[in-house]
Design a protein around this ligand. Sequence first.
Ligand SMILES: Nc1nc2c(ncn2[C@@H]2O[C@H](COP(=O)(O)OP(=O)(O)O)[C@@H](O)[C@H]2O)c(=O)[nH]1
Ligand SMILES: [Mg+2]
Length: 465
Amino acid sequence: MNFPDDTIAAVSTPQGEGGIGIVRLSGKDSFRMVLHIFNASRSRTGPDAGSRKIIHGFITDPSTSEKVDEVLVTFMQAPRTYTREDVVEINCHGGMMPLRRILFLVLAQGARLAEPGEFTRRAFLNGRIDLSQAEAVIDIIRAKTEQSEKVALQQLEGRLSAEITGLRNSVTELCVLVEAYIDFPEDEVEVPERDDMTASIKAVEDRIHVLSKSFDEGRLYRDGAAMAIVGKPNVGKSSLMNALLKKERAIVTELPGTTRDIIEEGLNIRGLPVRIMDTAGIREAHDLAEAEGVKRSLGAIEGADIVLAVFDAGRTFDHADRHVIEKVRNKRTILVINKCDIINPEFDCSESEFDSHPCVKISAKTGDGLDDLKEKIVAGLISDSAPAGQEAAAGLLVTNIRHKGLLDSALASMLQARETLVKNEPLEVTALLLRESLNSLGEIVGAVTTDDILDRIFAGFCIGK
Ligand SMILES: Nc1nc2c(ncn2[C@@H]2O[C@H](COP(=O)(O)OP(=O)(O)O)[C@@H](O)[C@H]2O)c(=O)[nH]1
Ligand SMILES: [Mg+2]
């Protein structure tokens, strides 16, 4: 891995107009660079004035002595900083011009424009946080609900790191045991009991399994859940979308076949970020555009984490409804009986089809039943994925697919290692597999990593973070 020794700079606040904007620097020359373009309003300034002092003054172009902006500058001395290097933050007015001019002045002093996520990457490379914590930084920035942010914050605080460290210690102990036996023949060390080792491996496997399983729920907090609203035309799909969003997002008419494209919108349901997709009614299409719409509706069912299949209680349950139920047979689905404000006595809620999935009665028009529906959506999304172990009680969730993949490879290697013991294979093979498992776990926290992996992870960050 490449360890940096240059000084980087970037605008750390979003583009556009704001009350304040921040230009941030990190690296051994950052104090010197800023002092060269900064005139403090009082004489004793800079690092001598003490780390973490906030100093008022002006940024001045040294080549023309022209004032660029009135600023507050924070000098933060290594190592107790975000990156563990010397860090300077220049708080200026939050407009494009002051930010751009100050950044250019800093770059003219020899700073390099930071790459996306490079401040956080340095925090990792300099050992202040591990890789899973660095990844949590971007999750916090992107969090769409309070709950999502909470989960990411736990990861930033090192909850996952601690669990992974515990697992790595356990696997290391197993490695040491097996390897000692390989290095020193039977008469020199106590022979490890194969049964004991098998049990120890199994215990670690169980812990990894619980973590890996928590991803089913955890990923919903990080990436959100996709929810498709489907049904035959005119049952009130668009009305339901609008009712959930509490705004007139989709066009509603009494004419069947109004919605043709998929309409998407984000929503927070009890802390879960959910992407709702309103779709075209499923029926024999009347023209090419509608046919494409129906095709997309079926595609939306495929891609959804949960489906709301909507029925019209104002009419009768017919073959078109049956066809919809057929299409969601293998999907996590809630059957939504809409228009309960004008229920038709002919509409038969006891149809055997309604037993295939949880069912709720609502009126998109009056809002009746929507709370019940939301409960069922949340239960549907997280119920059968809730992990049963200790970790569940502690609420530790794996949210990142990279972590999930590595946990699964660690698990696979452990399983194979256990098999080698059961089958009395040479302990060299067992040791190798345990090492593999250790590597996978190490990759989660970045104890084992490469520049390639880091490039991929930090490419998703914003510049200035
Ligand atoms: N009475 C009543 N009418 C509804 C309800 N939901 C939708 N509608 C009406 O049903 C018609 C079709 O609604 P729409 O949302 O466009 O259905 P879609 O084709 O499934 O998207 C419109 O005239 C709506 O006003 C409801 O809960 N009660
Ligand atoms: Mg519609």
